[in-house]
Design a protein around this ligand. Structure first.
Ligand SMILES: Nc1ncnc2c1ncn2[C@@H]1O[C@H](COP(=O)(O)OP(=O)(O)OP(=O)(O)O)[C@@H](O)[C@H]1O
Ligand SMILES: [Mg+2]
Length: 261
């Protein structure tokens, strides 16, 4: 079975080590959510997996050829309108203009973008619209590996819920392997098969949370209960920089690394 395999990955910017000894395995078809405090190296890890950075040490075996990325900043082409931005990867794959526009328009509708929005250029789009165009651009090529960096952070709750459904539908339909970054534990609980928590200075994996419930049975009640339960866990609270005890009344000196796995 193909699998993204990250071994003893360390990355430095100049002399500063931002990722240290990361070991991660992502089996085909699995959705892994990476959560952790700001600055712990999540985006750096995504850039390394995408091949945009070379690791200082360690290795990344990525068996996937058809990889799509959605970065934390939308990175749209300012000289192309929204529909042509969504269709960008299709153009690169040689699809004819009319076919790629039709595919991009259909995708845009499912992402809640109207015909008027599609004619606009990136600087004329709201932040949430830009992020949906970027998500559309990633989904348009029907990737085998999808790398997502905070894909839903600029969206209101209604849009989020509809895009979650759409994304899960695509994953189920195509068996896509997904590595996604989110700050939102509830979002991770809703979407992921596994949550990996990171800590900072240097960025490292400190905890893993498997989510065994099948996606079809993850209703709101299950998502709320599971998120609430996880938020009581000491490792999770430490990971989010909260007081380790839910009541906030127990003094704990152990650093986050104390729950390293
Ligand atoms: N190009 C760069 N050159 C030097 N340092 C960088 C560069 N990019 C990121 N860093 C530093 O590396 C560390 C990790 O940054 P990164 O963007 O990977 O964190 P993150 O976990 O994605 O944070 P956030 O949740 O805020 O997006 C930070 O200290 C950041 O300042
Ligand atoms: Mg980031």
């Amino acid at each position: 079975m193909s699998m993204l395999n990250i071994e003893r990955l360390t990355h430095r910017y100049g002399l500063t080590e931002v990722l240290s000894g990361i070991d991660l395995r992502l089996p085909a078809g699995q959705t892994l959510a990476l959560v952790g405090p700001s600055g712990c190296g999540k985006s750096t890890l995504l850039h390394l997996v995408a091949g945009l950075l070379a690791p200082s040490e360690g290795r990344i075996d990525n068996p996937y050829r058809n990889v799509a990325c959605m970065f934390q900043q939308a990175r749209l082409m300012p000289w192309k309108n929204a529909i042509d931005n969504i269709a960008l990867g299709l153009k690169a794959r040689g699809m004819a203009a009319s076919a790629r526009r039709a595919r991009a328009a259909a995708l845009a509708r499912t992402l809640g973008l109207g015909a008027d929005d599609l004619r606009k250029f990136p600087q004329e789009l709201s932040g949430g619209m830009q992020s949906r165009v970027a998500l559309g651009r990633a989904l348009a090529i029907e990737p085998d590996l999808l790398l997502l960096d905070e894909p839903f952070s600029a969206l209101d709750v209604g849009l989020k819920l509809s895009l979650y459904r759409h994304l899960r539908g695509e994953i189920a339909r195509r068996g896509t392997t997904v590595l996604m970054i989110t700050h939102d534990l509830m979002e991770a609980v809703r979407l992921a098969d596994r949550i990996v928590m990171m800590a900072a200075d240097p960025g490292r994996v400190v905890h893993e949370l498997p989510l065994d419930q099948v996606h079809a049975l993850r209703d709101d009640a299950w998502v709320y209960q599971t998120t609430g339960r996880l938020m009581q866990a000491r490792e999770v609270r430490l990971g989010f920089g909260l007081d380790p005890a839910p009541g906030g009344d127990s003094a704990v000196d152990a650093p986050a690394a104390g729950c390293a796995i």
